[in-house]
Design a protein around this ligand. Sequence first.
Ligand code: CTP
Ligand code: MG
Length: 228
Amino acid sequence: MNYQVVIPAAGSGKRMNAGKNKQFIKLQSIPVIIHTLKVFEQDHLCTGIILVINKDEQQEFESLLNEYQLQKVIALVHGGSERQHSVYNGLQEVTNATIVLVHDGARPFLKIDLIHKLVNAAEAQGAAILAVPVKDTIKRASSDLIVNETVERSGLWAVQTPQAFHVSILKEAHELARQNDYLGTDEASLVERIPKNVTIVEGDYLNIKLTTQDDLLFAEAILQKWTT
Ligand code: CTP
Ligand code: MG
């Protein structure tokens, strides 16, 4: 089934500490955001991309879209102070779609077959997210770094994007969160509060989000593996 995707790219990338929005960092000479957008350009099920950007970076984004001849970006929307606000603004521009995906601009290594699995799950069940089983042992600690407990690992998932929804469900979830001043770290957490079930589709450990400088080392390694 066809879908539209909202891509939040309006952050400032503080933890990356690159002196600019991490979307513009180049990997093998191509900016991160272009790597991400190209995945959806190449997916025939994607009928439109809504790109959420910082107002002050509009010219830079526009010239990149031009330079790389991207065809599917149907709207450039200005972001808000938090990621959730940026996604909300993007969501207002979704038209002519039953399924909407939300995918971080800073997550460039997404495979199209996973998008399709996710879209099928969302179509059938209303809400679906990509996630991978947690590999580390997880402990909860108090502020003085004394361990309180070891959290049972089975059943723990590290959640990624994209996350996919019936448009009406995600809009309802966002409106409810707004009314209650709830700020979540992903879209699914808003949907869980409706409440509605969210289905997990097992993702790929290489679908990393670029958050800190260390992640750039992994990013270069992934690209090198894929291109040689
Ligand atoms: N994002 C956004 N609007 C915001 C904050 C984040 O559109 N107000 C986007 C980012 O551009 C990124 C995605 O949401 O593509 C995931 O957020 P994150 O990894 O936290 O990126 P930043 O907020 O830019 O980084 P940091 O938290 O380190 O400042
Ligand atoms: Mg952030």
